[in-house]
Every structure is written in structure tokens, then in C-alpha cells.
Design a binder for this molecule. Structure first.
Ligand SMILES: Nc1nc2c(ncn2[C@@H]2O[C@H](COP(=O)(O)OP(=O)(O)OP(=O)(O)O)[C@@H](O)[C@H]2O)c(=O)[nH]1
Ligand SMILES: [Mg+2]
Length: 454
């Protein structure tokens, strides 16, 4: 990770491949000069900041015309990076973009690293760390609620709440430290238990929405499991509304796990179709079953599919037993056929939904049951969660624990120094979210998760 702000960086900011337009972005002290040197404006027009200007990119060495473009120069400080920023909007093909980027590099820019534009915005104080992370989440959002959460975070809603709690704790800490340092002096009173209770309540409120926020942001891995031939692959296809997995009447059709993303009622799911769990002697099938078990182990939710036209057998019961204590739904499939009894009792205490993957009957109810299970008890559905990243959840929980420990130490009459240790730790944990107290390693790790040009 390059922390310098003195050189000018350049990158193709639009995705690879063909598109309507492709944008090259530059940031740094030479950005405006480079673009003005490369882009020859149409006759009788001149550069104006913040205006798209029409012209051609011309290679200064050969005089060859490279592309017909629109370009914009944005002087600091009101820009994404708070540096001079310029963009050249080329035709959206790999070759014009490659050539124009090469010319920028020849003019003295260097290639930007992943996330380096946003890193500069962070280093220049335009975005805090949580806001910078939100930039990626906006780009990667897969649902309405996911985008809403990310936009709230980008707008500073999470940061504001975290800073408010941190500010309250810092104030309490200042009082405590003054009392420690100047024991004889009159220190204005501070109701530490009240300050701690207020911080605890604010942290609990943030954490209450976190599970939903996590679900909206990263989705839920949902493993479709069951014995062979019950209709697991048919269910995958039905939920995707696409003919993705091979379906045949032969048990053991699916040999390997297969993953596909789908958004169900605003929650992105990664559906994993698995090989039917079975005591097969076939070595390929055995490997497939091992993969099914591995998929199940990493899934947040399991859909146990059974064939509702047949009474459950020992294999159904064995798989059901493996799901004890797991988040799971029972899917009784093939309800278009004459029903057999017993299947619906396989997962006591869990929801059971009758469907036909063949006719589509019951699919809506299954999707609703999926949502209810995922979002069960997690805030009102119209309340956008503010917390959606494991890193933030972890720091909030740590802060919450230290607030508790400080309150406990105070109640039990421990010396002020001991209370102060926990207060300081809580303040530091909250500072990690917004970036006030965070190491370079972590910042570097966060930004390498970005794409180039962002
Ligand atoms: N009547 C009826 N048949 C179904 C239904 N769902 C699946 N089938 C049939 O059941 C057979 C097995 O379906 P698959 O989706 O391949 O079952 P699977 O569980 O993926 O099977 P394996 O991959 O072998 O474990 C196929 O002949 C499907 O057409 C259903 O709802 N009703
Ligand atoms: Mg299958």
C-alpha cells in the first residue's frame, strides 16, 4: 500500500470489457495538467472546471488521434480524494482505454493500486474508515436493503452514532483521569454509572440491527440437503427460476456441490445444491457426499428436502438428526403427488413447507418462510440496520464488554485506575470503526479489498 499523496495516480475506473463509455480517472498534483495535455478540445472551446469538455485524445509524441472523448477537470479540494481529480470519458472498449491510460502514464502518472482513490479520500479526511468501507458495500450491494444500509453508512450515520458513544465515554474518562491525576482538587462531578448505562444502551441498539445488516450485506449461505432424488436440484432451479442444475430421475445425479446467488425478499442468498447424502459404495458419490457435509458445515441455513410422496426412511432421519441445533427449514417436496405421512415431523420445532419444485406450488410460501427464519426477531422490517460488517460488530461487542466491565468495576468499588483501563479500551474499540485508533496494517487490508479505480 502506497501512503504517499504526492504522486498522481491513474486507473481505468469502469469494469473491464465493452461498454457505452469507459472512464479513466486521475488524482494528484499533475492530474489536471496531464488531461489538459492529452485532450485537445474542439475548436473554440476551453477548459472550465467541473464542466464536461468535448475533444479528442491526441498522442503528443506522434500527433495521432486516439479517441473522441469528454473530459472533466475537478480542482481540489471539493473532489472525491480532496486532490485535483480529472476524468477522461472514452469509448468503452479495452483498446481506447488501454491507449489513453498508457498516455497518462507516459505523462507522469502512475498506476493506482486497488482502492487508492478512496484511500486518499480517507487520508485527506473526506471519509472516515467506516464510510470508506461503505463505498465497497455500495458497489457490491445486491439488494435494495443492502444498498440502503451501505448508503446510510457512507453518509456517516453509523460513524455519527459511534462517535457520539465514543464522545460520551471520552468525557467520562477525562473526569476519571483528572480525579486520578489531581486527587486533592475539586473535580466537577460526573455521573459515571449513568454515562456507562447510556453508552451500553446505544451500543445495544446498534448491535440489535447487526444480524440483519450482515444478512443484507453478505447474504446467507443456504445449503439444500437431503437424500438422493428428493428434488434438491429441482428446488435450486425453481428458486433461481433458471434451469441451472441437472435434474434426472436417477438417484445420485448431483455429484458435486453447485452454488448460485439469488435475492429473496431483499436478502441475498447463496444457494448450495448438494449431492444426495447416502451410504453409496461409488467412490465419486462418496466424494460428493463429503462435499455435501462440508457445505452444510459452512452454511448459515439448511433446507432439508424430503420426498412428500414417500414415508421418510432411515436416511431422511439420519440427515434430520445432523441438523439438530442448526438453523433449518423442512421442505416437503413433490406435493403434486399423493402424499405419504410422517415427513413433516422430521424437524420438530422448525418450520415445514409443502412445495412442488415441479409445478412451483408453495414456492412463495417457502420464500416467505426463508425470510422469516433469517430475519426472525431481528428488528422491524422497515428499520434499516446501520451495522453490516463483521469488523464493526466485533468492535462494538468489544466496546460493549469493556463498558460492562467498567460499570462492574465501579459498582464493586475498584480504584479509578482500573475503571479507566476498561473505559480506554472501549474508546479504542469504537475508534477502530471510524479509523481514529487503527493500525496501518488494518487500513491496508481494508483497502486491498477494493477494486482498481475506486
Ligand atoms: N412429481 C414431482 N417430481 C419431482 C418434483 N421435484 C423433483 N421431481 C423429480 O424427482 C427426480 C429427482 O429430482 P432432482 O431434482 O434431480 O433430485 P435431487 O434431490 O437433486 O437428486 P440427486 O441429485 O440425485 O440427489 C426428477 O425426476 C424430478 O423431475 C416435484 O415436486 N414433483
Ligand atoms: Mg441433484
Amino acid at each position: 500500500m502506497d501512503w504517499s499523496l504526492d504522486d498522481t495516480i491513474a486507473a481505468i475506473a469502469t469494469p473491464a470489457g465493452e461498454g457505452g463509455i469507459g472512464i479513466i480517472r486521475l488524482s494528484g498534483p499533475e492530474a489536471l495538467r496531464i488531461v489538459r495535455r492529452l485532450v485537445v478540445l474542439a475548436r473554440a472551446s476551453e477548459w472550465q472546471p467541473w464542466r464536461l469538455c468535448y475533444g479528442h485524445v491526441v498522442d503528443p509524441a506522434s500527433g495521432a488521434m486516439v479517441d473522441e472523448v469528454l473530459a472533466v477537470c475537478m480542482p481540489a479540494p471539493h473532489t472525491y480524494t480532496r486532490q485535483d481529480v480529472a476524468e477522461i470519458h472514452c469509448h468503452g472498449g479495452p483498446e481506447p482505454l488501454r491507449q489513453v491510460l498508457t498516455l497518462c502514464l507516459q505523462q507522469g502518472a502512475r498506476l493506482a493500486e486497488p482502492g487508492e482513490f478512496t484511500l486518499r479520500a480517507f487520508l485527506n479526511g473526506r471519509l472516515d474508515l467506516a464510510q470508506a468501507e461503505a463505498v465497497v458495500d455500495v458497489v457490491r450491494a445486491r439488494s435494495r436493503a443492502g444498498l440502503q444500509t451501505a448508503m446510510g453508512q457512507l453518509g456517516g450515520q453509523l460513524s455519527d452514532r459511534v462517535r457520539a458513544v465514543r464522545g460520551g465515554l471520552l468525557e467520562a474518562l477525562a473526569h476519571l483521569e483528572a480525579a486520578i491525576d489531581y486527587p486533592g482538587d475539586e473535580i466537577p462531578p460526573c455521573d459515571l454509572p449513568a454515562a456507562l448505562a447510556e453508552a451500553a444502551a446505544a451500543l445495544d441498539a446498534l448491535l440489535a440491527g447487526a444480524e440483519r445488516g450482515l444478512a443484507y450485506r453478505q447474504g446467507i449461505r443456504t445449503a439444500i440437503v437431503g437424500r438422493p432424488n428428493v428434488g434438491k436440484s429441482s428446488l435450486l432451479n425453481a428458486l433461481l427460476r433458471a434451469d441451472r442444475a441437472i435434474v434426472t430421475a436417477i438417484p445420485g445425479t448431483t455429484r458435486d456441490t453447485l452454488e448460485e446467488s439469488v435475492v429473496v425478499g431483499d436478502v441475498p442468498l447463496v444457494l448450495v445444491d448438494t449431492a444426495g447424502i447416502n451410504d453409496s459404495a461409488d467412490p465419486v458419490e462418496r466424494l460428493g457426499v463429503a462435499r455435501s457435509r462440508a457445505a452444510l458445515a459452512t452454511a448459515g441455513l439448511a433446507l432439508l428436502v424430503v420426498d412428500g410422496s414417500q414415508p421418510p426412511d432411515a436416511r431422511d432421519r439420519a440427515i434430520a438428526a445432523e441438523l439438530a441445533g442448526r438453523e433449518a427449514l423442512l421442505v416437503v417436496n413433490k406435493c403434486d403427488l399423493p402424499p405419504a405421512t410422517g415427513g413433516e415431523a422430521l424437524l420438530p420445532g422448525r418450520r415445514a413447507v409443502r412445495i412442488s419444485a415441479l409445478t412451483g406450488q408453495g414456492l412463495d410460501a417457502l420464500e416467505q418462510a426463508l425470510l422469516d427464519t433469517i430475519l426472525a426477531g431481528r428488528l422491524q422490517a422497515d428499520d434499516t440496520p446501520l451495522v453490516s460488517r463483521p469488523r464493526h460488530v466485533e468492535a462494538l461487542r468489544r466496546a460493549r464488554e469493556h463498558v460492562d466491565a467498567a460499570a462492574c468495576a465501579r459498582r464493586e468499588g475498584w480504584p479509578d485506575d482500573c475503571v479507566a483501563i476498561d473505559l480506554r479500551a472501549a474508546v479504542a474499540a469504537l475508534g477502530e470503526i471510524t479509523g481514529e485508533t487503527v493500525g496501518e496494517d488494518l487500513v491496508a487490508k481494508i483497502f486491498t479489498d477494493f477494486c482498481i479505480g475506486k
